[in-house]
Structure formats: C-alpha cells, structure tokens
Design a binder for this molecule. Structure first.
Ligand SMILES: [Zn+2]
Length: 262
C-alpha cells in the first residue's frame, strides 16, 4: 500500500493552462523525431534522444490501447513540444504549477513540460502526458469531459497503471473518505486541495476507467470515446453505449458492485 501511495504521489500530474514559454533566457536545444520535438538545456543530448524514442513508443502504445487506429495523428509542423527542465525547482518555478505535479500537458498548445528526475519519468510521466495530448486531439478541445475521466484515461496508460487503485478505493470507503462519482465530477483541484484528496481523485479516476474497460470491454470504451468526440454529452454517451448505465449514479453503483467482487 505504501509503495502504491508513493507512486500515486509522484504521478499526480495535471492538465494545464495556456503556454508561456518566455520564462528563461537560456537557449533551448532541440531534438526532433516524427511526432515530437524535445527541448532541453543542461540535459545531455542522448537523454533528449531517449525521451523522443520513448515518447514515440508511448504514442504507438496509446493509439493502439485506446483503439484510435484510424486516428490520423500528427507529424512535422504539428509536432508536440516536450520541454525538459533541468530539475524540479526549475520546472515548478517556470511552469507555475502545483507543487504536487511532476509533469504538465497543455493539449491545445501541444506542449508537455517535465523534468528528468521526475519519479517514473519514462514509465509514468511521459506516457501520462502524451495520453492527455492524444486523447484531446481525438475527442476535440471543446468537449466538456469530467477531469477524473481524463486523468483516469491517462493513468491507465502508465506502465504501472492502476495497480493498487481498487484497494485504495475500498480503503477510502472503509474510512469514510470515498468521493462518489457525481461529486468527483464537479470537483476542482488547486494548490489548496489537500494532498490526500488529490491522491484519491486520481486513484478513483484510474479505478473507474479501468472498470469501464475490463467490465464492458475495450471496443465499447472506444465507442464511448467516439460518442464524446461526436459531441454527445458524457452522461448521454454512457446511456447510449453502456445502456443500463444512464447517469453518474448508475456508473457509481455498477463500479462499486464490481469492486466488491474483486
Ligand atoms: Zn494528468
């Protein structure tokens, strides 16, 4: 449990505001691959190359895992920019983000910002942030989707994935801190949100998305994502694709029933 808690602490990542990349006078060096441009300063060049290779692998895995096979993707001029800061201090100061964050994606600007010593950089941070960008590219930037869902999708693409998340949700139920889905859907995270609440928010998101995928299958999950892309509201898409799940309350009920059997 402790180990899992540590993982959650460090992969608590967030979606971002619009970009401001004028924070430093130091020149950024760049390394280009098919879908990404890695910007770096003090990191060695081979690290930037490894980041690009790893991001390309994440791109392939995510497109396959989410079933976005016919998704046309992006290349060349549309490449996603990955800014590698020298360390946590540089990152947090420059990117104006919450202290609990180790990476940040700004899908509309196609920018990922992180730093190399972020815990689980290649296995968690990078796939998580690449997922945010791919997911929004597919769904569309104008779609209103609950944050827990978006984070849950990203958490499920991390190599460590949702290991332990079901157990943590059960523990939250036992100690009375559990947040039902309708509450989760209106929650906003900020620098004042207690860290335990941030963990639980991400953990529940990971557990719900994993439940939707395993209980009803990946093909149905893809259909659900396509409905969201086509402009169907979240709850209406639930009803259309999962039929007997017609609302957040129904989803909450089915999810908890599933957890009970685990
Ligand atoms: Zn995230």
């Amino acid at each position: 449990m402790r180990k899992f808690l540590m993982i959650i602490v460090f992969v608590a990542l967030c979606l971002s505001f619009s970009a401001d990349i004028s924070w430093t006078k130091e020149k950024w060096k760049e390394y280009r691959s098919t879908h990404f441009i890695v910007y770096y300063q003090k990191s060695p060049k081979d690290f930037a190359e490894t980041v690009a290779e790893s991001a390309e692998q994440s791109y392939r895995d995510i497109v396959r895992n989410l079933g976005f096979i016919r998704y046309k993707g992006w290349t060349y001029d549309d490449r996603v920019k990955i800014y590698i800061y020298d360390d946590a201090e540089h990152f947090q100061k420059s990117a104006y983000i919450y202290k609990w964050s180790h990476g940040v994606a700004s899908p509309k600007d196609r920018i990922i910002r992180t730093y190399p010593s972020a815990h689980g950089f290649f296995d968690s941070t990078l796939p998580h942030e690449v997922t945010h960008i791919l997911f929004r590219e597919f769904i569309g930037f104008d779609k209103a989707i609950p944050l827990w869902f978006e984070e849950g999708v990203a958490m499920n693409q991390e190599k460590a994935k949702r290991w332990g998340s079901d157990a943590m949700v059960k523990q939250a139920q036992a100690n009375g801190t559990f947040i039902p889905i309708n509450e989760l859907s209106t929650m906003r995270l900020s620098s004042r949100t207690p860290i335990e609440t941030v963990h639980l928010f991400y953990t529940e998101g990971a557990s719900i998305v994993y439940f939707m995928n395993t209980k009803f299958g990946e093909r149905r999950f893809e259909r659900f994502c396509r409905e969201l892309r086509d402009g169907t509201s979240f709850e209406r898409a639930l009803k259309k694709v999962y039929v007997r799940i017609k609302s957040y309350e129904d989803l909450n009920k089915e999810w908890l029933k599933y957890l009970k059997d685990q």
